[in-house]
Design a protein around this ligand. Structure first.
Ligand code: PA5
Length: 467
């Protein structure tokens, strides 16, 4: 499968291509060859001691077996598979399905979906979204996968209450058949509920953080219920892990991309990282990346406890759509961004542009070309226009979109993020800022033990500037 490897092209990150003011010299990048060796040792130790768990997810054979058994035995019993979760318990699920299934998957007939259920991921609690959702599903024919590592996130807990109540009303005591819980193996209320009510459950390994969990049962169960080849997904991830198991910076796409982004941020003040997908189906991976990069690297304290203020702001963009929305700013606005293009060499479907009778210059040049040629030309044109304005960019090139290449992409970016954490000298695996918001929400809704939180908020809210 070597020829199906994703590749990383960093030509336009370099001063040779875009000039020294906004591009990096080779000498600057090479300075990181030695530290890369040291960071590689740390990453290896984290993997071997299992301090950090995402590296080894492709090899969790027992989990894989259980997921397969469960999906094989249940996929054709339900019309809908609905994920209740948020953040790391939802974004990868959305991306797996939207990249690896038909773009209009839920609109296909059951036969066209080969008997697999429609898949929905409810990662918000807008009451209109949730209440109106009830119009389009039959709860009796729906399996709800409640996913929460902590087992206590307010949004997921609220959704759980709504849908369990509904199921109880429709199914009585049998409601538990329509629920599957994915959570910590021991801790949290969801685990306790799964045990008390004997609800089918899967584990999120304690050493795997939410945003690094897509290759655990968090994402795999959704993949299985969408008929996606989990083995291939994991083998792509395992192959990327192998490829990145080298301290040699220029042979390691994840380390190299981390160093380039780090230098762009810290040396050239490009503190915005735009991931622009030239594939509608890969676009939700840019969304997943937003969380991974933002939550992992946006920190105010370094590993020694010293105050810092680091982290690039990740932004997602869609080619060609955003050429007509964002690219004016990207080419002529502040030169504070570094761009990553997600590109695809061979699309699963393509179409030749038909002939149209007459002599119309705006149509002539297109006729007989493939739509993918236009798409590709527009990507290269945008890249060129940016480089002409000294805007740095790189490409992550998918030979095609498949389980195998998507698996590689996931592992590359998870390794890259962990490595970037070492470069920034921060903890890439905690999220105190998210936890602070969670605590404040608990306080506002009167959860026991959060009264102090609420006092402070109410005090602040007295002083609002409103016209
Ligand atoms: O990456 C993270 O840890 C977070 O984004 C979580 O995934 C998110 O807050 C949801 O948490 P939980 O899975 O505990 O419900």
């Amino acid at each position: 499968m070597k020829n199906k490897q994703i590749t990383f092209d960093y030509t336009n990150m370099l001063a040779d291509a875009i000039g020294g003011e906004h591009g990096l010299s080779m000498a600057e990048v090479k300075e990181y060859e030695e530290p890369a060796g040291e960071y590689h040792r740390i990453m290896k130790a984290d993997r071997e001691t299992e301090r950090i768990g995402f590296f080894n997810l492709p090899f969790h054979k027992q989990t894989l077996r259980r997921i397969k058994e469960y999906t094989d035995g249940n996929y054709n019993k339900f019309e809908n598979f609905v994920v209740l979760g948020i953040g790391g318990s939802a974004l990868g699920n959305i991306a797996i399905v939207s990249s690896l299934r038909h773009p209009y998957y839920n609109l296909l007939s059951g036969k066209e979906r080969r008997g697999y259920p429609r898949v929905f991921v409810l990662d918000n609690i807008d009451p209109e979204l949730i209440v109106n959702f009830l119009d389009i599903i039959n709860p009796k024919k729906t399996l709800f996968n409640v996913i929460s590592k902590s087992g206590s996130t307010a949004e997921t807990a609220a959704q759980f209450l709504i849908f369990v109540d509904l199921l109880k009303k429709k199914l009585g005591k049998k409601f538990t058949r329509n629920i599957v819980i994915t959570t910590d193996p021991e801790k949290g209320d969801l685990r306790a509920i799964s045990e008390e009510y004997k609800i089918q459950s899967f584990d999120i390994p304690p050493n795997v953080g939410g945003r690094f969990s897509v290759l655990s049962s968090v994402g795999l169960l959704t993949a299985g219920f969408a008929g996606i080849n989990i083995n291939l997904l994991l083998s792509g991830a395992a192959d990327m892990l192998k490829r990145c198991n080298t301290p040699i910076l220029f042979k390691n796409p994840a380390y190299l991309n981390a160093v380039l982004h780090y230098l762009m941020d810290m040396k050239l003040r490009k503190n915005i990282s735009v991931m622009m997908s030239y594939s509608s189906q890969l676009f939700s991976w840019a969304d997943w990346y937003r969380q991974l990069w933002a939550e992992s690297l946006g920190k105010n304290t370094d590993l020694q406890g010293k105050p810092v203020s680091v982290g690039q702001t990740p932004v997602n963009a869609l080619g060609v759509t955003d050429q007509h929305s964002q690219v004016q700013l990207y080419t002529e606005g502040p030169n504070d961004k570094v761009f990553t293009f997600l590109t695809v060499e061979k699309y699963r479907k393509d179409i030749k542009l038909p002939k149209f009778k007459g002599d119309y210059s705006s149509l002539d040049y297109l006729q007989g070309k493939r739509l993918s040629q236009l798409f590709d030309a527009e990507m290269r044109a945008t890249e060129y226009a940016l480089s002409q304005q000294q805007r740095p960019s790189c490409r992550v090139i998918f030979p095609n979109i498949s389980e195998y290449t998507v698996g590689q992409f996931i592992m590359m970016y998870e390794i890259q993020t962990a490595f970037a954490g070492l470069l920034y000298n921060i903890d890439a695996f905690d999220q105190p800022g998210v936890e602070a918001g969670k605590r404040a929400t608990y306080g506002l809704l009167g959860r026991d033990g959060y009264a102090d939180e609420v006092k402070k908020i109410l005090e602040k809210e007295k002083k609002r500037a409103v016209v």
